[in-house]
Ligand binder design. Structure first.
Ligand SMILES: Nc1ncnc2c1ncn2[C@@H]1O[C@H](COP(=O)(O)OP(=O)(O)OP(=O)(O)O)[C@@H](O)[C@H]1O
Length: 260
């Protein structure tokens, strides 16, 4: 029996007259790899935005199971949600382009290494210990993602696919329990996409985290995830294992474009 990590109940999001999410309930368990699929405009990114506090919900409840009990996440700011252990990447790249790869990762880590104002102002021994610990931890993550050779390069110098990988490293640097990846392989060639997907599977297992993935490449998402949610027109069309989803007549009709 798996333990819950996040449950969202009866989520609704209206943008003026547009009902972008209607009565969607999802649950993500500890250490799961879950796919979120659906046609363009189905509401996938909006759902991520609701679950990470980027966009306030119109209705519904989001509960996060933390070490300190169950926390209601709706109504919290993105920073508070991140602090509670939820991290994400965006469809468009959001790196500090002028900063090096290493500094991009170190900045993301500052959430978890509290130096204290006086300590950083006076450059106390504690400050230097924290700085060193942060650098060591950042370098480890960078190595896992095969970015050590470019650690001192400004992010803007990296090819697109490498920048996307760096975004995932930054999201992981906040030590999340739950990681949302919004089309991490967008713009990558098939080989890069396959590599990245393997890597996502590996970090989900090695770091014992839950990963929720929006991905348009169906064949790819089907090979890695354990469970899938399918959205259509803002509503949940189906939920199940890749095999169940592939055989679901409603999904075949609505999403895969075939006959049921
Ligand atoms: N801030 C907003 N204001 C108004 N409408 C919005 C806003 N954000 C999203 N929408 C609308 O909500 C619907 C769902 O959009 P969303 O981006 O969540 O879909 P998606 O499934 O992520 O699509 P894609 O696969 O193209 O990224 C769309 O009709 C979109 O135009």
């Amino acid at each position: 029996m798996s333990s819950p990590l996040l449950t969202a109940t009866q989520l609704v999001k209206n943008f003026g007259g547009l009902n972008a999410i209607s009565n969607v309930s999802v649950h993500f368990d500890q250490n799961e790899l879950i796919g979120l699929i659906g046609p363009n405009g189905a509401g996938k990114t909006t759902l991520f935005n609701l679950l990470t506090g980027v966009t306030p919900v119109s209705a519904g409840t989001i509960s996060l199971y933390t070490d300190h009990g169950v926390k209601t996440v709706n109504g919290q700011t993105p920073a508070q949600v991140a602090q509670a252990g939820v991290s994400r990447t965006f469809q468009n790249i959001r790196l500090f382009k002028e900063l090096t790869v290493l500094d991009n990762v170190r900045i993301a880590m500052t959430n978890h290494y509290h130096e204290g104002f006086i300590s950083s102002l006076l450059r106390t021994p504690k400050f230097y210990r924290t700085e060193t610990a942060m650098t060591v931890a950042a370098e480890k993550l960078i190595a896992i993602f095969d970015l050590s050779a470019v650690a001192d390069q400004p992010a803007k110098n990296l090819p697109y696919g490498v920048q996307r990988r760096l975004e995932i490293v930054r999201a992981l640097a906040t030590k999340p329990k739950l990681l949302f990846l919004d089309e991490p392989a967008a713009g990558m060639n098939p080989e890069e996409t396959a590599d990245l997907t393997r890597l996502i599977r590996q970090i989900q297992q090695d770091f014992h985290i839950t990963v929720v993935l929006i991905e348009h490449d169906m064949s790819l998402v089907m090979t890695v995830v354990e469970r899938l949610y399918v959205l259509e027109h803002g509503a949940l069309l189906a939920e199940g294992t890749p095999r169940e989803i592939q055989q679901n007549p409603a999904v075949i009709k609505a999403y895969l474009g075939g006959d049921a």
